[in-house]
Design a protein around this ligand. Sequence first.
Ligand SMILES: [Zn+2]
Length: 378
Amino acid sequence: MMVSGFICERYGNQARTESLIEANARLPLEEQLAVTDSRVIICPNGKETGDNYWNMDQMIEQLKNAIKIARRLFSNAIIHWVFDNSSCHGSLPHDAITDTKMNVGPGGKAPCMKDTVIPDDNPFGKGGQTQCLQFPSDLPPNHEHYNFRGLPKGMKILAAECGYDVSKLIGQCATCKLEHSWKPHLDLTPHEIYLADEADGNDSGEEDERPFSCCLRRLLENQGDIKNQTSLLQEIVEEAGYKCHFLPKFHPELNPIETAHRLLDEALAACPLITIRRFFRRSGRYLSVYQQGATGYLAEFAVRKYASHRSVTRHDLDEAEKAWKLKQLKDAKKKLFYRCFCSYMIISGVNRMFATYFTLYRRPEKLRPTSKFGRGGA
Ligand SMILES: [Zn+2]
């Protein structure tokens, strides 16, 4: 189970109040908000009936709904949206300009990115010029990159367009490769995390020791338009006219919702031991039926049928299979009967309609006072 939500100091959980819900219902249909609560709870279980695993699309939809709700709760206010500094929250828009997804040369599988403007601090006086990251699709056949029309230009051409001498630069040097491959280790002590944070927050740290143009990647990642690329969350929040903030890494204590979510721990702790033992037995039953080769609906049926057992034996599984087949047969019969019954009702209904039509309107001279429809006779 996964819970994601927004809270605010005034209302707690960010949801429309009862009076707002009533006011919403009185609005014209096109102005009404469909979602009343910004909290989303999902239970993905890998089955068709379960929810999808949490992804960017769901997060964006949730944020957009939360913004609509917040606009009603705090009209005319500039709302500050604060997010944890997680990789998910930092995801870039699909057309964002990012050097990590660029190839050195033109073409390849690199994604298409939006046009940009060369930053004003460009040392070659090219600041303010629009730069397309793809070749135009209508390149003339005599163009040297005709075969790459409509495709990404690659880092080398982009850096050259900004005026840099790229003749001796490689895509990514060993130092930068090491820098980009660094990941925080989960087994750091709190003190080590603190030291890592200090290093992260310090601009005169390790990064500055690398020369500005050791490789193409380093050169491009320092360009203002790439360096200041905003995340998708920030883009949505700012488009709505609000402010977006990201908390420093590894500091959940700065986020009040993290403390609120601890209540979930308490709720989980309140689950009685006997219930937990039932869950163990249920998992044991699943394990035993899978070990015997049963899957899908039969496995589920056997696990439910022998709900009081610790495991399901071969004999039980055979019995369950028989019962399951019998149930399927009964269900099929029921379905067939229902279909036949519906067809009969429809056909007899149509017949009656025609009979009425002909009796009342087409051959009124033949109507008798004893007509079963009780209408007046001739
Ligand atoms: Zn480098």
